[in-house]
Ligand binder design. Structure first.
Ligand SMILES: Cc1cc2nc3c(=O)[nH]c(=O)nc-3n(C[C@H](O)[C@H](O)[C@H](O)COP(=O)(O)OP(=O)(O)OC[C@H]3O[C@@H](n4cnc5c(N)ncnc54)[C@H](O)[C@@H]3O)c2cc1C
Length: 548
C-alpha cells in the first residue's frame, strides 16, 4: 500500500487544548496518523491516498469553524510494505529486542546479530539487573546493622560473598532466559546470528562468512565502559562495571575513579558489604550535573556511612606496587597518594561504533563516536536507523527499548513518528536514592522559564518520621506563570517510588494547586509530594496532621 504524509499550516489555535481538538477533528477513514502542534501552528497527517485525499483532510479542519488549514505541503509518499521487509538488527540488547518484537508484529522478517556481551546485552548481564540485586543485598546487611529502633536488636554479617554472587548469577540467567531468549525463540521469521557484524555497503552486512541483504537496518550495539587517559592505567588489573559484579572475593579496599551514577551505586554497594571504599572524582562535586544542595547532601550521607569521597582530582598516574594499586593525584595542587587492593574505573560510557563499517555505509557519528540520528532515529544513511546507548543520550534501558520499537516502526512502515522524551524519569540507586524528572531550577532559568522551587526536608513527612529515617528532601519546581509542575528532584530512601506522580503531572500539565487538592494517603511517602506542593505557599511546620 502507498501512504502519504502532508503538513498543514493551521490558524486559530490558541492553546494545546485547541491542538487536541484539531487532532480529534482529523478522524476519518484513511487517516493513519495525525500530530498537531499549537506552538508551531502546524499539523502532520499520514494517510492512505486510496481512501482519502488532501482536500477532504483540509475540510475536516475547516469544518470545525474555529480552525483553518491555510497551507499544505505534500512531502512524502512511501510504500508501506512492512509485511514483506527484512530488518537486520546489529546488537542483541534491549533496543534490539524491542525492535524485534515490534517488527515481527508488523509481519517483517528479522535477523538479529549479537556479539560481545551475551544475548540481552548490558542491562540484564552487566547492568541494571546484577547491580540492583547486589545493591539490595548490601542494603539488607547495612540495615540489619543500622536499625534505628533502640528496643530492637538486629545484627547482620556477610556470611558468604560467593553465594551472594552465585544468587546474582542465577537471577541474571533466569531473567536472560525469561525476558529475552524465550520471548523471541518462536517468533515467526526471526533468526539470531552470533557474530560480529560489519557493513560492507549501505544495504549489506557481513557476519561470520555470510552476507545479509536488508531492506532496513538497526544499529543497536550499545556502549561499554570508557577509560580515562591516566598514565599507567593499562598496566594495572582494573575493574569496570562489566567485571565488578563477577568478583569471587570481596576486596578489602577499593579505589573507584568516577563520581556519577555507576560509580556511586557501586561505591555504596561495596562499602556496605564491608570494603573500605575511596571514591576519586575529577570534578569538584559528585553528580556535577545536579544542583549542589542535592549532591552535597548525598555526599554527606555517603561519608557518614564510612565512604571516603575525594573530589577535584587531577590524576597523575596509576601503578601496581606489590599487592596494592596506587593512584597519585593532585588535589588542589597538593600531591596525594591513595592505595587499595583493587581499582574500579567508572568514568562514563563509550559507543560500540568502531569496526562496524560505518564509513562504508555512510553513517555519521559525532566527535565522541556516538551515532547521529534525526528525530525519527534515522541515520545519515536513509535505510539505516539507530537506537539505544549507541546514541549517547538518555542511556537507560526503558529509553533503549522505546527507541528500538520506534525505529522498527519508522524504518519498516512509511510513517514518521518523532521521538519524544517529555517527562522522562531517571533514578540513581544509592540510598537515599536520587530521582528526577523534568527541569531543575537552573535548567528552567536557562530555558527562560520563570520558576519557583519548594524544598521539603523529609523530617516533615510523617512516613519518614515513623520509619526513623528522614534523610533527604523533595524538591518541586513550578512555572510561576502557569502554576504547572515542571520538574522534581527527590533525595529519599526509596525516593524513586515518588517519581511517577511528578512525571504524570508534568506530562499532563497538572498544576501545583491540583496536586494540593488531591487526596494523598496518610502515612505514605507519596504524601511528601502533596506537602511539598503546599510548601510553595505555606509553612508546612504549621500544618496539622493529614495536610490540607
Ligand atoms: C552498571 C550499570 C547499571 C545500570 N543500571 C540501569 C538501571 O538501573 N536502569 C536503567 O534503566 N538502565 C540502567 N543501565 C543502563 C542500561 O543497561 C542501558 O541503557 C541499556 O542496557 C542499553 O541497551 P542497548 O540495547 O542500547 O545496548 P546493549 O544492551 O549494550 O546491547 C548492545 C549489544 O550489542 C552487542 N554488540 C556490540 N557491537 C556489536 C557488533 N559489531 N556486532 C554484533 N553485536 C554487537 C553488545 O555486545 C551487546 O550485546 C545500567 C548500565 C550499567 C552499565
Amino acid at each position: 500500500m502507498k501512504i502519504k504524509t502532508v503538513q498543514l499550516e493551521i490558524t486559530g489555535m490558541t492553546c494545546d487544548h485547541c491542538a487536541r481538538s484539531v487532532e480529534k477533528a482529523l478522524t476519518a477513514d484513511g487517516i493513519l496518523k495525525k500530530e498537531v502542534s499549537y506552538p508551531r501552528a502546524r499539523g502532520r497527517v499520514t494517510f492512505d491516498p486510496a481512501r482519502i485525499d488532501v482536500t477532504e483532510i483540509e475540510q475536516l479542519v475547516n469544518h470545525t469553524g474555529h480552525y483553518h488549514a491555510t497551507g499544505i505541503t505534500e512531502y512524502r509518499e512511501k510504500e508501506d510494505e512492512a509485511g514483506s521487509k527484512h530488518l537486520v538488527i546489529i546488537g542483541g540488547g534491549s533496543a534490539a529486542f524491542a525492535a524485534t518484537t515490534e517488527a515481527v508484529s508488523m509481519g517483517a522478517r528479522v535477523t538479529m546479530i549479537n556479539d560481545g556481551l551475551p544475548i540481552g546485552g548490558t542491562c540484564v548481564n552487566v547492568g541494571c539487573v546484577p547491580s540492583k540485586n547486589l545493591i539490595r543485598a548490601a542494603e539488607t546487611l547495612h540495615k540489619a546493622n543500622h536499625n534505628p529502633f533502640k528496643g530492637i536488636h538486629t545484627r547482620g554479617r556477610l556470611e558468604d560473598f560467593k553465594t551472594v554472587i552465585e544468587e546474582k548469577r542465577q537471577l541474571v540467567n533466569q531473567l536472560r532466559t525469561e525476558k529475552y531468549i524465550d520471548v523471541v525463540k518462536d517468533l515467526p521469521g526471526f533468526r539470531l546470528i552470533e557474530g560480529r557484524a560489519r557493513f560492507i555497503s549501505s544495504t549489506q552486512v557481513r557476519v561470520n562468512d555470510e552476507i545479509l541483504q536488508g531492506d532496513a537496518f538497526l544499529i543497536a550495539t550499545g556502549a561499554r565502559p570508557a577509560l580515562p587517559d591516566i598514565p599507567g592505567l593499562n598496566e594495572v588489573d582494573y575493574l569496570t562495571s562489566e567485571s565488578a559484579f563477577e568478583l569471587e572475593e570481596l576486596p578489602e579496599s577499593l579505589l573507584i575513579i568516577g563520581g556519577r551514577y555507576i560509580a556511586l551505586e557501586l561505591a555504596q554497594m561495596f562499602s556496605r558489604l564491608g570494603t573500605k571504599v575511596t571514591l576519586l572524582q575529577r570534578s569538584d562535586r559528585i553528580l556535577p550535573d545536579q544542583s549542589p544542595d542535592l549532591t552535597d547532601a548525598l555526599s554527606s550521607y555517603l561519608e557518614t556511612e564510612g565512604m571516603n569521597i575525594v573530589t577535584g582530582n587531577n590524576f597523575q598516574n596509576i601503578n601496581q606496587s606489590g599487592k596494592l594499586v596506587t593512584v597519585e593525584t593532585l588535589v588542589n595542587n597538593r600531591k596525594q597518594t591513595f592505595r587499595a587492593e583493587k581499582i574500579l574505573i567508572a568514568t562514563g560510557r563509550k559507543a560500540n561504533s568502531n569496526n562496524l563499517g560505518l564509513e562504508t555505509a555512510e553513517v555519521k557519528r559525532d566527535e565522541r563516536g556516538f551515532i547521529q540520528v534525526d528525530d525519527y532515529l534515522q541515520t545519515s544513511a536513509s535505510q539505516i536507523y539507530a537506537a539505544g546507548d549507541v546514541l549517547g543520550a538518555n542511556m537507560f534501558v526503558y529509553t533503549a527499548a522505546y527507541e528500538g520499537k520506534l525505529a522498527a516502526i519508522n524504518s519498516l512502515s512509511g510513517t514518521d513518528e518523532k521521538r519524544d522524551y517529555t517527562a522522562l524519569p531517571w533514578v540513581i540507586f544509592t540510598d537515599p536514592q536520587v530521582a528526577g524528572v523534568g527541569l531543575d531550577e537552573d535548567q528552567a532559568r536557562a530555558n527562560g522559564i520563570k520558576a519557583e522551587t519548594s524544598v521539603l526536608p523529609l523530617n516533615y513527612v510523617p512516613r519518614s518520621l515513623a520509619a526513623k529515617d528522614t534523610r533527604g528532601f523533595i524538591k518541586l519546581i513550578r512555572n510561576i506563570q502557569t502554576d504547572k509542575l515542571i520538574g522534581a528532584r527527590i533525595l529519599a530512601p526509596e525516593g524513586s517510588e515518588l517519581l511517577m506522580e511528578a512525571a504524570m503531572a508534568i506530562k499532563f500539565g497538572i498544576t501545583v494547586e491540583q496536586i494540593k487538592n488531591m487526596f494523598h494517603a496518610y502515612l505514605t511517602l507519596g504524601e511528601g509530594i502533596k506537602l511539598a506542593a503546599i510548601a510553595f505557599h505555606k509553612n508546612v511546620a504549621e500544618l496539622s496532621c493529614c495536610a490540607t
